[in-house]
Design a protein around this ligand. Structure first.
Ligand code: SF4
Length: 442
């Protein structure tokens, strides 16, 4: 609902009881979801219900786990990433079975906890562990859950159809706030009672979105609102169709009972890499996968990072003059932009070359070299000001600046504005080491 439509429904007394200077200011915050409708005490219950339904996020925010490694998913507002952005990356949960030997479970939990992929200045990690009841023994299930959760601080998913197994597992791990999977048409009353008793989020499972909406409504009415929806897909095609229908229903607010994050278990689907990619691209909040090879982990974490960055705000590094390989006063100064991918790619090649140098990063608002030159964000004035601000003349005993090949059209202007002699470097960062070995003589 737009701010003006909300404003029309407010008492318009500007009493400031909500902490806002005017009712209009309150309406604008309410329209963007930054305040709750409850903050205005002068609204009657009918208007509160109307505004609450129209202004709360279309997909509920649900948290799994506790502490630093907990994961919050949902609270998304759009169908397509280019419309705005996606906010909460899906949790990737690696599955273990309660029939596996203890050592194997320990080793997988350890991998999930310790595996870090460093990319564009960020540390990317797997999310948690999903424990599956395959033994049929509540005690065995509870032991494996305790093994996975005990001391790992990782969020857990408990996958079992028998409420007795869940009861045993929650007795040892309920305080970690695991995701309980799953309430179905057959067992939902028992499972809901357990989720409610332990304050845990709950996944509901049905063969289609209409069935999911029915069970979700029943669970919410029974007092558990932190829900996730598992459409139980039998194929990737099934998943994409169901996930799209669920997200459409939620975003369009045509079916509020679909306004929860989606749960995807890739293990019955095969084609794990493809299923994982489909889940990341198509709306999954929690994705369960079998133990993955290292290359798959790297690919999935990279894809998740890419999809869940704001397409209108490229990832940036702080502008500055960065020493690489302990440069002395005769080291080359290499101009580049503050688009993270460009910076870290260059940095990787320079570090590997072992050539001491300065990476001179200017603020192009996160645009790549080519885009910054075309869009007028990389200019001779910016380069001159940045050289001065970062005190480049005090760090080196020469006045030679190597600029990227794609910035060649600016070479003359940069020379005029800075008084430094410009050398045009290669277009491809991979050629930089060879270029420096050949051309850099001071
Ligand atoms: Fe307006 Fe309600 Fe805020 Fe008072 S409390 S200023 S009536 S929005």
């Amino acid at each position: 609902m737009k701010a003006l439509e909300i404003y029309k429904l407010l008492p318009k007394t500007n009493c400031k009881k909500c902490g806002h200077p005017t009712c209009l200011a309150f309406a604008m915050k309410l329209a963007t979801g930054k305040v709750e409708v409850e903050a205005c005490p002068d609204l009657d219950s009918g208007t509160k219900a109307l505004l609450g339904g129209a202004t709360r996020p279309p997909v509920r925010l649900v948290e799994v786990g506790v502490g630093e490694r907990s994961v919050a998913v949902g609270e998304e507002f759009v169908l397509f990433r280019h419309e705005k952005t996606f906010y909460h990356p899906p949790g990737i949960m690696v599955q273990v079975s309660d029939t596996w030997p203890e050592e194997r479970v320990r080793s997988i939990v350890e991998t999930v906890r310790e595996r870090v992929v460093h990319r564009v200045g960020m540390d990317l990690v797997l999310t948690g562990v999903a424990v599956r009841d395959e033994s049929g023994s509540p005690d065995r299930f509870a032991e494996t859950v305790a093994l996975a959760g005990g001391g790992s601080a990782l969020p857990l998913v408990l996958i079992a159809s028998d409420p007795v197994s869940h009861e045993a597992a929650l007795a040892v791990a309920g305080h970690y706030q695991p995701l309980v999977h799953a309430a179905t048409e057959e067992n939902w009353q028992d499972i809901v009672a357990l989720a409610k008793r332990y304050g845990c989020p709950l996944a509901v499972r049905a063969a289609d979105p209409a069935g999911l909406a029915v069970i979700a409504r029943e669970c919410a009415d029974a007092g558990v609102s932190d829900l996730m929806l598992d459409p139980a897909p039998r194929s990737l095609r099934d998943y994409i169709a169901a996930a799209t229908e669920i997200r459409r229903g939620a975003i369009g607010r045509t079916e509020p009972a679909l306004g929860y994050p989606i749960f995807l278990d890739t293990t019955p689907l095969g084609e794990t890499d493809a299923a994982l990619a489909a889940g990341i691209l198509k709306y999954a909040g929690i994705i369960v996968v079998p133990p993955l090879p290292s290359a798959s982990v790297e690919a999935a974490l990279t894809l998740r990072q890419n999809i869940y960055t704001d397409p209108q705000k490229p990832i940036q590094v702080t502008p500055g003059l960065y020493p690489v390989n302990e440069p002395g006063r005769g080291a080359p100064v290499l101009l580049t932009v503050n688009f993270s991918l460009t910076y870290f790619t260059l940095l990787g090649y320079l570090e590997a070359s072992r050539i001491p140098s300065y990476l001179f990063v200017v603020d192009t608002e996160g645009l790549s070299v080519l885009t910054a030159v075309a869009g007028g964000k990389l200019t001779e004035t910016l380069v001159a000001d940045s050289l001065r601000n970062f005190r480049a003349p005090e760090l080196v005993n020469h006045r030679l600046l190597i600029i990227p090949g794609y910035a060649a059209p600016l070479s003359g202007k940069i020379e005029d504005a800075t008084g430094w002699k410009v050398m045009v470097g290669p277009r491809d960062a991979a050629e930089l080491a060879g270029y420096l070995e050949k051309e850099w003589v001071v």
